[in-house]
Design a protein around this ligand. Structure first.
Ligand code: LP5
Ligand code: MN
Length: 260
């Protein structure tokens, strides 16, 4: 006969089994149809084998509001997510700096759970902190000012009242200004700030791993902090190829779709 002890043992072994995938910075858009095709194949062939898929921001080149879910480029992506979720893969989405206007209408249609940034999870028995990563780029003062402004509820409420096409036009203006300003900033300014990383890890009680994207500089960083050995995984973008992090109870490794 089963007792409560058996149940929690069972739940623990369930969480240790299987594997999870992490991706970010796909920047999907109608003008790069090849990457959308690669991504739809990834969902069908690779993510369908995983117990969970975590998308850590910037899934889209930009997101102007959930009233854009009917767009012909967005529809097949949303349907593919829903199909995957219905087949049993858990789907988690975190906002990036380009798609933070994704809301519940999109998530419900796609069968996804929206995660706050940062989020602490239990990943196959390990404590792992997830973030998009832009909040850690504290040396990029101009960007942080912009971020503070557009992440307020009031600003978003006012912006979303504008007609969809007006929002898209304003976003185009910001993208052009952002590209120009980025060309004037050093690589160091646009990277994460080490003290910000260490502060985040400390206030979350030294999780074994931090996984984030945004900087498009994929790497496994080993960190020693207050006597703890931690790992910071940086995910790659999907401009040239699909790269993803695969984690199970034995550890994590970066894989590329071109290697398969
Ligand atoms: O994304 P990435 O890596 O290329 O660059 C980021 C920072 N840039 C941004 C802007 C986005 O790329 C494009 C816009 C996304 C749309 C969001 C939806 C709704 C917003 C609508 C607002 C009206 O995030 C870039 C960082 C870089 O990461 C590295 O960390 O450097 O930051 C910038 O370049 C920002 C500039 O420094 C400041 C921009 C101020 C723009 C203010 C424009 C206001 C005028 C509005 C006119 C309608
Ligand atoms: Mn980003």
């Amino acid at each position: 006969m089963k007792n409560l002890g058996d149940k929690s043992d069972n739940q623990l072994s369930q969480s240790l089994m299987g594997h999870s995938l992490f991706i970010s910075d796909l920047h999907l858009c109608a003008s790069r149809p090849h990457i959308t095709t690669v991504f739809l194949d990834f969902l069908k062939d690779t993510a369908s084998q995983a117990s969970a898929l975590y998308i850590l921001g910037d899934l889209f080149e930009y997101w102007a509001g959930d009233d854009d879910i009917q767009d012909v480029h967005h529809q097949p992506i949303i349907s593919a997510f829903k199909h995957l979720a219905d087949a049993g893969t858990k789907l988690y989405l975190m906002h990036g700096n380009r798609d933070f206007l994704i809301s519940s209408e999109f998530c419900d249609a796609a069968g996804m759970t929206l995660l706050p940034d940062p989020s602490l999870i239990n990943l196959h028995g390990k404590t792992v902190l997830l973030s998009h990563g832009d909040d850690l780029c504290t040396d990029d003062v101009e960007y942080q000012k912009f971020r503070l402004q557009v992440r307020t509820a009031k600003w978003q409420e006012d912006f979303l009242k504008l007609p969809l096409q007006v929002r898209k036009n304003q976003i185009e203006t910001i993208r052009m200004r952002s590209e120009h300003e980025k060309s004037q900033k050093s690589m160091q300014i646009m990277d994460v700030n080490q003290a910000a990383v260490e502060h985040l890890l400390t206030i979350h009680h030294y999780p074994e791993m931090l996984i984030h994207g945004h900087t498009h500089r994929p790497h496994e960083h080993k960190i020693q902090l207050d006597g703890h050995n931690l790992t910071r995984w940086v995910l790659g973008d999907w401009y040239e190829q699909g790269s993803y992090l695969r984690c199970d109870q034995f550890g994590c490794k970066v894989l590329s779709l071109l290697q398969e």
